[in-house]
Ligand binder design. Structure first.
Ligand SMILES: *[C@@H]1O[C@H](CO)[C@@H](O)[C@H](O)[C@H]1NC(C)=O
Ligand SMILES: *[C@@H]1O[C@H](CO)[C@@H](O)[C@H](O)[C@H]1NC(C)=O
Length: 220
């Protein structure tokens, strides 16, 4: 009887500790919705909203982008896409490349952000695993600054470089990650349409599948 009462006590205790922990771990709400709106197409009241969680150095995210872009061109203003960077811990340099996207978005414009994302996709094998295995963190950041400024223009070099010293860009990248976690994101690419997750997490969705998802919504 005594042990039973003890275990009930232990359970209640852990329940309180857990609640305390969750309460403390609450993420502070950012001033602006996380992510990058494609072509600045902010949503209208009847827009179909696609949220994409991409890791800039994830091959499946890379493969998911061309068909999605084709879909965005096809439906035009009926669709709004917001990309949230989601840095997977098992991809080297996922955080630093995600941070570069936030730096460019703040410094230049969203068009430039998408150009940089596309360049990361195109050259992502330069940034993860073996090729950077023996590089120091500062060499990697330097390389990324050079790489990014080749996309947006060399005049941004020093601004991009100091962007990596700005704690706000670090914070923004963390918020993207935490936002993904709060939505149950556990890999990339993961898509939500009008707030509902699509099946097939972690794999690219081809153009015809996208059409079969969006067509019925457009016709309603
Ligand atoms: C975004 O920035 C780039 C690079 O500075 C510039 O060429 C482009 O015209 C800008 N686009 C928009 C839509 O402001
Ligand atoms: C890293 O450096 C060590 C020591 O110089 C070398 O043996 C190794 O092959 C290098 N690894 C890669 C992936 O370049």
């Amino acid at each position: 009887m005594k042990t039973r009462r003890q275990s009930v006590f232990v359970l209640v205790f852990f329940f309180f500790v857990f609640n305390l922990y969750v309460g403390k771990a609450q993420v502070s709400i950012p001033a602006k919705f996380d992510g990058f709106w494609y072509e600045n197409r902010s949503p209208e009241i009847d827009s179909i909203i696609i949220e994409a969680f991409f890791d800039p150095v994830c091959p499946d995210s890379r493969d998911a982008w061309p068909p999605l872009k084709q879909v965005l061109n096809y439906y035009g203003s009926r669709i709004s896409l917001v990309v949230h960077p989601f840095a997977l811990p098992y991809h080297d340099n996922a955080f630093v490349t995600s941070r570069a996207l936030h730096i460019i978005d703040k410094l230049v414009n969203t068009t430039a952000t998408y150009n940089v994302l596309e360049s990361f996709f195109k050259h992502q094998e330069d940034f993860y695993n073996q090729p950077t295995f023996n590089m120091s963190r500062s060499t990697i950041v330097d390389n990324i600054v050079k790489f990014v400024t080749e996309v947006v223009g060399n005049s941004y070099y020093s601004a991009v470089k100091s962007g990596f010293d700005d704690t706000n860009t670090n914070q923004a990248t963390r918020i993207s990650f935490k936002y993904g976690c709060s939505r149950g994101v556990f890999g990339t690419p993961i898509f939500f349409v009008n707030g509902f997750v699509l099946p097939g997490a972690g794999a690219a969705i081809d153009y015809n599948t996208w059409r079969s998802i969006i067509d019925p919504l457009v016709s309603q």
